[in-house]
Structure formats: structure tokens, C-alpha cells
Design a protein around this ligand. Structure first.
Ligand SMILES: Nc1ncnc2c1ncn2[C@@H]1O[C@H](COP(=O)(O)OP(=O)(O)OP(=O)(O)O)[C@@H](O)[C@H]1O
Length: 541
């Protein structure tokens, strides 16, 4: 783990401003620390040796203490603002990058891990900014100033500090290696815990139905135990290293003090200088010791930021920039020899797939489960880049077009309808916010839901609607767009035969090109033609 990740400075302006402000505050703190030591030594020596009054020195000390308090306050304000700004910048960047990486990249386990990372995970950056970084700046400014000033009074003491001081960073690096591995393990345990909880809560109804809800207790306990063990491991290292650093610093200060004491007794050192050196010596070690301690508090935040950079550094698929996408109302669409193998898989999900889709045609993709039908739709939408083969429209490969412009030609109804909190009308209007109530109603009627009230609440994930109603709202949403091509994943699943017949009949009258995944006989019968999908083995089977 690097003390300061340069990527953080590169990616977040807030971090750069914060670092500059911290350096100014750090230098000012160093000056005040030296000033405080000099005033104290002067005051005490004056009283002991000359019996002078401490009035002026006392006022000076009050000013120095006030100054230091002011700097601590300023540092805290700057740190909190920087943490908030950096977190918000990183969250925005990760969200934008994830959107560009597309839904296929985001699917499954990754979405809950990303949710944890962007919420609790990044909040762990607070101690990094509020405690660790300011200490790191102090550690690189204060000791140098303090040693320099000590050297003007007592070269031997300054030399002792110079020799013993590097032991602290060396020790910290050794601890850092252990901490880094443990923090990663903790972040991983947290992500597993989040994923597991999301799964259990999401599938609670199913688990209850099959009498397996109780059995989840032990699974949740096991995952929680892993998280607890990882957290306790991190804490153990943190406590042990604080103890070791504390001991190292105390022994070093004692070494300086013994030397100063002996030289004072021998008369080689004046009382004022000796006092100044003794007061300053702990201040040379303090910032480094504190860095060691704060390092642990911030390790989780750093691990989270590394995870953020891993996402941000995931290369985006090469995107075209052409905006002159041919109008698919009149231009055929072709897929040639399309082959897709998902990352981490050895078998292709789709192999050597060919398809020609003519304007106004209704084509049904058929094939067994897992044959690659949804993958065909993902390739068409540009969510998946084929390893081989190409999608062509009007003689141009689809990947030459700007993805947003390209997707304007398509309306998509995926397997899970993806409804949001709000009313039925809000959900339908998602595809065209300026649509009137009459247009929303027409779309719902075409989708086979003429009686569904527009102001009916939908609930999160469409929970307040039946499965069939959810599908029809999603279909209406797709129909509301002006896109000439409809990509439908089992559009009539969950509908009764009468409604299904009505939906099929309405779809036929839209005049749009329709490519639909179809298992149900009524849907297959309604298509102009069917295209089987499957790897060669599946098709031949
Ligand atoms: N994001 C992904 N990462 C890895 N493998 C995937 C991913 N999406 C799909 N697959 C795999 O690719 C294969 C084809 O999946 P696809 O969803 O295209 O099939 P399908 O024909 O639509 O299936 P179904 O009819 O059950 O929906 C399957 O073996 C699936 O496990």
C-alpha cells in the first residue's frame, strides 16, 4: 500500500486542493511547535536561572496554543470537505464508467459488490482524509524543521534523532505489508456478506416457500463469522503495531534525553538549550508515530479506493463515433458469424450465429435454455462485443456508430422488466418523458393492459404488480419509443391465453421490426419466421 496513491490526486481535484492546504497547515504547525518549545525553554530557564518574570513568554505561549488550535480546526474543516468532495467525485466516476461498461459487465455478483463499494466502502475514506493524510503531511514537514532547529543548539541530539527516526517508517512499511493483505481480505468478506444478504433478502419468499428460510441462518452466520474474523485480524495488527511504534519512539526519546542529561551535567550544554532539545525531541517522533496509527484506521478506505480504481481502469469497449446510423425502418440488419465467449468461460455462449432481419419483419428466436438467445439481443444492443463476427446495418459495422445513437433504433424488453418506484405512468414514460397521458394509455392498450390505472403505484422492482402486469408495463414502455426495432425477451410470459392473443395481435399492427425470444407456441406461430439459436452441439442435439 503506497502512503499516497497518485491516482487519487489525478482523479479527484478535491484531493489535490486538500493536499496543498495540508502542506500549508503542516508548515505552519511546524513553525508553531518550534516556537512553543523555544518559548517554554526560554521561560523556564529565565525563571530558574535569572528569576525573571514570565509575563511576555506566557502571552507568547497563549498565542502559540491558540494558533495551533486554529490550525487543527482548519485542518479538520478542510479534511471533511475534501473527503466529501473526493467521495462524490469517485462515486460519480465509477457510476459513469459502470454505465459505459454496460449491463452485462454489471450483472450478477458485481452489482451488489459495487453497491457496497460505493456506499459503505467509500465512506471508509473519511479517516484517510481526516486523520491519515494530514498526519502524513505533518510527518514530512515537522520532523525536518524540528531536527534542523535542534541542530542549531545540540548537534549530537539532532544526530541521535536522525539515526533513530528512520526506524519508525521502516517498521511501518513492514506492518503495512501485513495490513494491506488483511484489509483486502476484510473488503472481500464485506462484499461477500453484502452479496449473500442481498440474495437471501431478495429470495426470502422463495426460501420460505420451500421451508429453507431457517437453513439460511447458518449460512448467514458463517459469512458473518468470516467478516468478524477478518475485522478482528485487522484490529489485532493495528493494536500490536501501535504498541510497537509507541515503544520504539519512547526508547528513542529516552536515548536523546540521557545524552542531553549527561552533557548538561558535564556543562557542555546550557539549561535553555537542553530544555529546548528535550521539549522538541518527542515532537520529531510524534507525527510519524501518529501516521502509523492512522494508517490502520484508513487502510479500509484505501482498499476501497483501490477497488474503485480497478473498476475505473477496466478498459471500455472500443466505441465508434459515427452518428449517421441508418434508419432501420428501411434498412435491413445483419449478423454474420457472431461468436461470443463471456469472460471466465471456456465454452462460447453463442457460436457462428447468422441472422438477417428485414424491416417490418417479426422473427422469433427459439432454442433451449442457455442456448444464447439473450446474448443475441445483448450483441445487437452493443452490451456485448463479439469475439468474432459482426453486426452490420446499411453496409457499415455497428461498432463504428456511437452507441447511444445506435441504441436509439431499438426498444428492449428484457427478461426482468426493471420497474422503478413510482406510478404505472411514470414507468411507461421512462422511455419518453414528454409522452401525454393519451399516448401512455395507447401504449398500455397495445401491450394488453387497457385497464391498468395510470396512477397505480408500482413499488420497488414492480412488487405491487403481478408478473404479467409488470411485463405489460415494460412492453408499453418499449412501444412508447419511436424506435423502429423491438427486441423482446419472452414478451407474453405470465399472460393468460386471451391476453396473450390480444398482445400478439396488437404487436403485429405496430409495423415495427420485431425480434423476440419465444418459447410459447402462440408466440412462435405469430412470427413471420423462426430462427433457432444454439451452439452447434445444441442445434444438432
Ligand atoms: N454475463 C454473463 N457472464 C457469463 N456467462 C454468461 C453471462 N450471460 C450469459 N452467460 C452464459 O451464456 C450462455 C447463454 O446465455 P443466454 O442468457 O444468452 O441464454 P438464453 O438462450 O437466453 O437462455 P434462457 O432461455 O434461459 O434465457 C449461458 O450458458 C449463460 O450461463
Amino acid at each position: 500500500m503506497k502512503p499516497l496513491d497518485p491516482r487519487l490526486l489525478r482523479r479527484a481535484r478535491g484531493a489535490r486542493v486538500f493536499l496543498a492546504a495540508s502542506v500549508v497547515i503542516g508548515v505552519a504547525s511546524g513553525v508553531l511547535i518550534i516556537g512553543q518549545a523555544v518559548l517554554l525553554a526560554h521561560g523556564i530557564a529565565g525563571v530558574v536561572l535569572r528569576g525573571t518574570a514570565v509575563g511576555a513568554v506566557a502571552w507568547g505561549l497563549v498565542a502559540v496554543v491558540l494558533g495551533r488550535a486554529l490550525l487543527v480546526w482548519a485542518q479538520e474543516v478542510v479534511a471533511q470537505r475534501a473527503a466529501a468532495a473526493v467521495k462524490s467525485t469517485l462515486r460519480r466516476q465509477v457510476l459513469e464508467h459502470s454505465l459505459k461498461l454496460g449491463p452485462v459487465w454489471l450483472s450478477g455478483e458485481r452489482s451488489s459488490a459495487l453497491t457496497t463499494l460505493l456506499t459503505k466502502g467509500l465512506d471508509d475514506l473519511d479517516p484517510y482524509f481526516a486523520r491519515y493524510l494530514p498526519q502524513l503531511v505533518l510527518a514530512s514537514t515537522v520532523p525536518a524543521g524540528v531536527i534542523g532547529w535542534m541542530a542549531t543548539g545540540d548537534l549530537i541530539a539532532a544526530g541521535t534523532v536522525v539515526v533513530t527516526l528512520p526506524l519508525i517508517p521502516i517498521f511501518m512499511v513492514l506492518i503495512g505489508w501485513v495490513t494491506q493483505a488483511r484489509s483486502r481480505r476484510r473488503q472481500h468478506a464485506l462484499a461477500v456478506l453484502a452479496h449473500h444478504f442481498a440474495d437471501v433478502v431478495g429470495g426470502l419468499t422463495t426460501l420460505k416457500l420451500f421451508g429453507r428460510a431457517k437453513a439460511q441462518e447458518s449460512a448467514v452466520r458463517r459469512v458473518t463469522d468470516q467478516h468478524r474474523a477478518a475485522s478482528m485480524g485487522s484490529l489485532r495488527v493495528a493494536f500490536l503495531s501501535s504498541f510497537a511504534l509507541e515503544l520504539l519512539a519512547s526508547l528513542s526519546v529516552a536515548l536523546v534525553a540521557v545524552g542531553v542529561g549527561l552533557r548538561l551535567v558535564d556543562g557542555k550544554l546550557g539549561l535553555e538549550t537542553a530544555l529546548m532539545v528535550l521539549i522538541l525531541a518527542p515532537e520529531a517522533y510524534l507525527p510519524l508515530r501518529q501516521v502509523g496509527m492512522q494508517f490502520h484506521a484508513s487502510a479500509d478506505g484505501v482498499a476501497a479506493s483501490e477497488e474503485v480504481f480497478r473498476v475505473l481502469e477496466t478498459p471500455l469497449p472500443v466505441r465508434g463515433e459515427r452518428t449517421d446510423v441508418p434508419d432501420l425502418r428501411v434498412t435491413p440488419l445483419q449478423l454474420y458469424d457472431v461468436t461470443v465467449t463471456y469472460p471466465g468461460r471456456t465454452e462460447p455462449a453463442l457460436e457462428g450465429f447468422d441472422l438477417e432481419l428485414h424491416p417490418g419483419e417479426v422473427v422469433a428466436l427459439t432454442g433451449p435454455s442457455g442456448a444464447g438467445k439473450s446474448t443475441v439481443l445483448s450483441v445487437l444492443l452493443g452490451f456485448v462485443t463479439p469475439d468474432r463476427g459482426v453486426v452490420v446495418a446499411g453496409g457499415t459495422a455497428a461498432d463504428e456508430f456511437d452507441p447511444a445513437e445506435w441504441r436509439r433504433q431499438f426498444a428492449w424488453v428484457p427478461q426482468s422488466p426493471g420497474l422503478r418506484l413510482g406510478t404505472v405512468a411514470d414507468n411507461v414514460r421512462l422511455s419518453r418523458p414528454d409522452a401525454t397521458d393519451a399516448e401512455v394509455r395507447t401504449a398500455l392498450t397495445t401491450a394488453g393492459a387497457p385497464d391498468l390505472p395510470l396512477n397505480k403505484q408500482v413499488g420497488e422492482q414492480g412488487h405491487q404488480l403481478s408478473g404479467g402486469q409488470q411485463r405489460r408495463v415494460a412492453l408499453a414502455r418499449a412501444l412508447l419509443t419511436e424506435a423502429p426495432v423491438l427486441l423482446l425477451d419472452e414478451p407474453t410470459a405470465g399472460l393468460d391465453p386471451t391476453t396473450e392473443a390480444a398482445v400478439i395481435q396488437s404487436l403485429g399492427t405496430t409495423g415495427k421490426t420485431i425480434l423476440m425470444i419465444a418459447h410459447r407456441p402462440a408466440l412462435i406461430a405469430a412470427a413471420d419466421r423462426t430462427v433457432p439459436v444454439g451452439t452447434r452441439e445444441l442445434v444438432n442435439a
